[in-house]
Design a protein around this ligand. Structure first.
Ligand code: HEM
Length: 361
């Protein structure tokens, strides 16, 4: 009896520890697990209104998500092993040393969002590294069907810029991309998961004559349409012809990166790619897991404070099932997964789909 009571008490203690206490009371009576998280509610209010134009999944959201990656991937254990500085990962260096890093070729156009975000981070006295990851997580929660990313706070300010050539280029081979991600700690399957980000994305600088040209037909939805449309046979260039890192796209007004086209068809990743078409839940979960890793590259997550409760819960929306764009049939799909047949998709009705640009805000 005594032993049973002790066991029950121990179980209760574990259960109590597992439930976040939400002991800190922050602005507007909101509760957080730690006092250190309170500032992030104020940042949240500010950026939803003044950076994301009232919680939109528009251009600033897309750019903020891209920025999380371009800061974090600046980390190379291989360089450290050679006795060189390999970068600090998700350390805010892209904002601290913007004069250096935004000039790296792979960071083309990232200076806009770096300079748009900077005053927010300064006004709220939070580190650039934390701000970049927070803004990306809040932004993508605004996209229909979006994830709720983990957010850990407490990254210190950095003192050194990342070395150049650590951010993958769209013209890189799949081998080079997998090797670069592998060096930073990511498997090819995790690269596929991270590329769900390209479902809410557009290009401005690969072909600068057509800024805002999206990678899929639904750039405000974190849906699987990107994973379908990248497998369609390419037929046209949406802008002034082929640019470095660009390949033929399947739809008017849509842009296809050489890297996305190849990863969709590579034997190492084709089945993972195709699997997301019929399993949005898995796409979101795997993206959340890979992003939790990305946001802490080069950091010790155990030294950070979990403030995930500040990240908004994305609105529950029922996304339409992925379709073949109007005018396309299964014959246009270049299925590349040897193990599983391409799923039967409904074709959207009406005249051939063309895609509208993402408006600048
Ligand atoms: C294989 C690695 C990757 C390559 C080669 C790549 C390349 C690119 C390129 C060339 C653009 C267009 C930039 C422009 O012209 O404005 C872009 C946009 C974007 N990328 Fe990636 N990317 C990769 C991985 C990622 C990852 C891991 C993330 C985030 C987790 C990400 C998020 C985005 C987003 C959100 C945009 C849209 C930005 C906007 O609409 O303004 N990318 N990417």
């Amino acid at each position: 009896m005594f032993a049973k009571t002790i066991l029950a008490l121990a179980a209760l203690a574990v259960a109590v520890k597992a439930v976040p206490s939400h002991s800190a009371v922050c602005s507007q009576g909101r509760r957080a697990s730690s006092e250190a998280c309170c500032v992030w509610f104020d940042v949240l209010d500010d950026i939803q209104e003044n950076l994301f134009d009232g919680s939109q999944c528009g251009e600033e959201t897309h750019e903020s998500l891209r920025l999380t990656f371009h800061d974090a991937i600046g980390f190379s254990p291989a360089l450290f092993r050679q006795g060189k500085f390999g970068g600090g990962g998700a350390d805010g260096s892209i904002m601290h040393f913007a004069d250096i890093e935004t000039n790296f070729h792979a960071n083309g156009g990232i200076d806009d969002i770096v300079e748009t975000q900077r005053p927010f981070a300064i006004a709220h006295k939070v580190s650039f590294a934390d701000f970049i990851q927070f803004a990306g997580a809040v932004g993508v929660s605004n996209c229909a069907g979006g994830p709720r990313l983990q957010f850990l706070a407490g990254r210190a300010n950095t003192t050194q810029p990342s070395p150049d050539l650590l951010v993958p280029e769209p013209s890189d081979s799949t081998d080079a991309i997998f090797a670069r991600f592998g060096d930073a700690g990511f498997s090819p399957a995790e690269v596929v998961a991270l590329l769900a980000s390209h479902s809410v994305a557009a290009q401005d600088h690969v072909d600068p004559t057509i800024p805002g040209t999206p990678f899929d037909s639904t750039p405000s939805s974190f849906d699987a349409q990107f994973f379908v449309e990248t497998l369609l046979r390419g037929t046209l260039f949406p802008g002034n012809g082929s640019n470095v890192g660009e390949v033929l796209a399947p739809l008017g007004g849509e842009f296809r990166l050489f890297s996305d086209a190849n990863i969709a068809r590579d034997a190492r990743t084709a089945c993972e790619w195709q699997s997301f078409i019929t399993d949005h839940g898995s796409m979101v979960r795997k993206f959340e897991a890979a992003m939790a890793k990305l946001a802490t590259v080069g950091q010790n997550p155990r030294a950070l404070t979990d403030c995930s409760e500040v990240i908004p819960v994305p609105k529950a929306v029922k996304l339409p099932a992925p379709t073949l764009p109007a005018g396309k049939t299964l014959e246009d799909i270049q299925a590349a997964c040897a193990a599983t047949p391409f799923p039967a998709l409904r074709a959207a009705p009406g005249p051939a789909t063309t895609v509208a640009p993402v408006p600048p805000s």
